[in-house]
Design a protein around this ligand. Structure first.
Ligand SMILES: C[S@@+](CC[C@H](N)C(=O)[O-])C[C@H]1O[C@@H](n2cnc3c(N)ncnc32)[C@H](O)[C@@H]1O
Length: 431
């Protein structure tokens, strides 16, 4: 990105500011991208959500179910920028009205984005119970370099009963010891008890919800893949942009065919199947997954996108396929769990059952799939799989066992989108 160009999230935040929202934080994200936090008054919360629906974001996190208690929604764009909409300053386990006087100030001062209010907000976020915000600490320390702003922040803190919080944050900025919690003055002990409680909440997903920790894998996510919006409930797999490469690969295979059948095995929330169905309206697409919640989400997304040529069946591998598909499958695409069990530590918050494969090398499900696939494939069928590139290097050698041979692959970071085709039968042979 050019240094003078704005990230998608910044442009969106500028548009929201015109409707009365306040940008309370801007932090860099890794090597590229930016994270913008925006406070949105409840009077315009719905209108802001509708406005953002028109923006070309890739992921929307939160916004339903448990998350209603903590009104926060995150948006991620393909350029690496992120926008977090919050109806209130994130309270952790504190009562949501705890910071109401500060919010009132922020909205009253919105047109000029008063730096003292923003500094005080960073102090509150840096010390909030349970889910301390490290970026807020960095922003607070940087903001303290302007003595005039610190003076104004003191005056603002007095009006919001946050003098104690600001003093603790200023002390921490000096000695680096960020202990204590954000509190309304005189209620620090209540805040401390709530903070300790929030750290003990199990399971992790509920703790994350209470602390407004919007993380992929722990919160519900809406994803846009190949022009279709799909929904992943917490605990089910959230499609990555590689799903789009899988869709592109499959629709290229279906070019020139009039009526075709495509199977998406391990469909999850249906992103790949729905992308194929959208771009090849004459194809019949069937998605299969044992995760019933993900299958329900896929069916809902198909109805919403009016894709009647996609259907979703709960079950394992090809077991639920109807009899009419035998010998008629032109493309079998499968992004099944492929992480070797020994690498499970690397998967973070993602549910293990969606990522960690079978057998020591992680490819047990792929072997079972290919063993079952023979009677379903048409003569010119193509199989499209995703796995680590080094896994494909050895798995490709097993293909002849299933009457298959490797074809061209596409690499994407450490992964490969791998193609396999049927071994041609000698003239007069049977398929
Ligand atoms: C890595 S996720 C991929 C989801 C989706 N295809 C995508 O790319 O977004 C793997 C999916 O395989 C599913 N799965 C696990 N075991 C399976 C099995 N025996 N048969 C079919 N699918 C399975 C999981 O539930 C999960 O949704």
């Amino acid at each position: 990105m050019r240094p003078d160009a704005k990230y998608a999230a910044e442009l969106a935040a500028d548009r929201l500011a015109a409707d009365g929202a306040v940008v309370t934080a801007r932090s860099p994200v890794g090597d590229a991208g930016v994270n913008i936090e925006v406070l949105v008054p409840s009077s315009v919360w719905k209108a802001v959500g509708r406005a953002l629906d028109g923006e070309p974001w890739r992921y929307r996190i939160g916004g339903t179910g448990l998350w209603r208690r903590v009104p926060a929604v995150g948006y991620l764009w393909a350029d690496g920028s992120q926008l977090l909409l919050q109806r209130r300053i994130c309270p952790g386990l504190l009562p949501p009205w705890w910071f109401a006087p500060l919010e009132k100030r922020l909205w009253a001062d919105a047109p000029r984005r008063a730096p003292a209010d923003i500094l005080l907000t960073a102090a509150v976020q840096a010390l909030r119970p349970g889910a301390a915000d490290r970026d807020a600490r960095t922003r607070f320390v940087a903001g303290c370099s302007d003595a005039a702003v610190v003076r104004q922040a003191r005056a603002a803190a007095a009006g919001c009963r946050l003098t104690g919080t600001l003093d603790r944050a200023l002390a921490a900025a000096g000695d680096g010891r960020w202990s204590g919690v954000a509190s309304r003055d005189g209620r620090a002990s209540v805040a401390r008890v709530l903070s300790a409680m929030s750290r003990r909440i199990r399971p992790t997903r509920i703790r994350a919800a209470v602390q407004a920790d919007l993380r992929i894998g722990l919160a519900p996510v809406t994803v846009r893949i190949a022009g279709v919006e799909t929904y992943s409930p917490p605990g089910s797999f959230v499609p990555t942009p590689d799903a789009e490469t899988l869709v592109d690969t499959v629709i290229a295979e279906l070019d020139g065919h009039k009526h075709t059948v495509a199977i998406d095995c391990g469909t999850g929330n249906g992103a790949i199947a729905l992308g194929i169905a959208r771009h090849r309206p004459r194809a019949e697409v069937v998605g299969v997954d044992p995760d019933r919640r993900a299958v329900r989400a896929a069916r809902r997304a198909a109805r919403r996108a009016e894709l009647g040529n996609a259907r979703f069946l709960p079950g394992s591998l090809l077991d639920p396929l109807p009899a009419w598909t035998r010998g008629r499958v032109d493309v079998l695409v499968a992004n099944l769990p492929f992480y070797p069990p020994a690498r499970r530590a690397a998967i973070g918050a993602v549910a293990e059952a969606t990522i960690v494969g079978e057998d020591d090398d992680g490819l047990g499900l792929h072997r079972a799939l290919l063993a079952a696939a023979g009677s379903y494939l048409s003569v010119e069928a193509v199989i499209v799989l995703q796995m680590f590139s080094e896994q494909w290097a050895s798995f490709a050698r097993e293909l002849p066992r299933y009457g298959l041979q490797p074809a061209a692959t596409i690499s994407s970071g450490p992964f490969s989108i791998c193609r396999a085709v049927r071994v041609p039968q000698p003239a007069g042979g049977t398929s």
